[in-house]
Design a protein around this ligand. Structure first.
Ligand SMILES: *[C@@H]1O[C@H](CO)[C@@H](O)[C@H](O)[C@H]1NC(C)=O
Ligand SMILES: *[C@@H]1O[C@H](CO)[C@@H](O)[C@H](O)[C@H]1NC(C)=O
Ligand SMILES: *[C@@H]1O[C@H](CO)[C@@H](O)[C@H](O)[C@H]1NC(C)=O
Length: 228
């Protein structure tokens, strides 16, 4: 009887943890900031480059604060700062460090896009660009995502060939592994077959042994039917 009670208590605790998990889950997934898949972006000197940033919030938001900061080995500065009143309005820029920067995204229609465009890119613009988002609806929890900007003379195909080479090598290795696996399987199959054959040989030879070294009686008994 006490056992059943214990089990009930354990079950209640599991249920409790499960429910707690359900409550905690949205909090940890509520606000996410993303700069997309590429963590490094290349820009040609003198051109313009879009630094992407989007956020998502399953709770919704109001008076959301956002900013972009720049960090290189010797500099740290806030590039742009602003707020988004609610989900039906576009962002309002409150501060901008550089005229070359414009906010490009929109926060209407659940776009939640606060990307910036940097014009007339120069080599001195190289560094880390971090997009920060703070949502008062979530105890001012701040989230951020960082992108690395590299400035080059011109975009080269080198990266592509390197990727191709890597892909070819990886593909080759995978192919080789498959071949090795197949050969291994085949060899194992052959060995098994040979062993089976050997076993058959052993069985038949032991059969021979039996008839040769076996009891004469059994031999005598075996023989008459062939004679009849
Ligand atoms: C970078 O571009 C600017 C403007 O397009 C140009 O004046 C400058 O010489 C370029 N720098 C290099 C190192 O090519
Ligand atoms: C800027 O980046 C350096 C590393 O590159 C890091 O040590 C430093 O903490 C960063 N500064 C800020 C304010 O994020
Ligand atoms: C964000 O807005 C910019 C400018 O309109 C656009 O180029 C970019 O594709 C948008 N990003 C996403 C993820 O929608």
């Amino acid at each position: 009887m006490p056992r059943a009670g214990d089990r009930g208590a354990v079950r209640a605790r599991w249920l409790g943890t499960g429910l707690l998990g359900l409550f905690l889950l949205p909090a940890s997934l509520s606000l996410e900031v993303s700069v997309g898949k590429a963590t490094t972006i290349y820009a040609v000197n003198g051109s313009e480059i879009l630094l992407p940033c989007t956020f998502s919030s399953c709770f919704g938001f109001y008076d959301l604060q956002f900013s972009w900061s720049y960090n290189s080995s010797d500099t740290f500065k806030i590039l742009i700062e602003g707020t988004v009143k609610n989900e039906k309005t576009d962002p309002k820029v409150k501060f901008k460090d550089d005229d070359r920067i414009t906010l490009e995204g929109t926060t209407k229609d659940k776009m939640n896009n606060i990307s910036i465009l940097l014009r007339n890119v120069d080599f001195s613009d190289m560094g880390k660009y971090t997009c920060h988002v703070k949502n008062p609806k979530e105890n001012n929890l701040q989230h951020q995502a960082t992108i690395l900007l590299r400035v080059v003379d011109k975009l080269e195909e080198v990266d592509n060939t390197l990727t191709l080479i890597i892909l070819a090598v990886v593909g080759g290795i995978i192919g080789l592994l498959i071949v090795i696996l197949l050969v291994k399987k085949f060899v194992a199959f052959i060995i098994k077959k040979t062993q089976e054959k050997k076993k058959e040989c052993l069985v038949s030879s032991s059969g021979n042994d039996n008839t040769e070294n076996g009891l004469p009686g059994s031999r005598a008994e075996e023989k008459p039917p062939t004679k009849v």
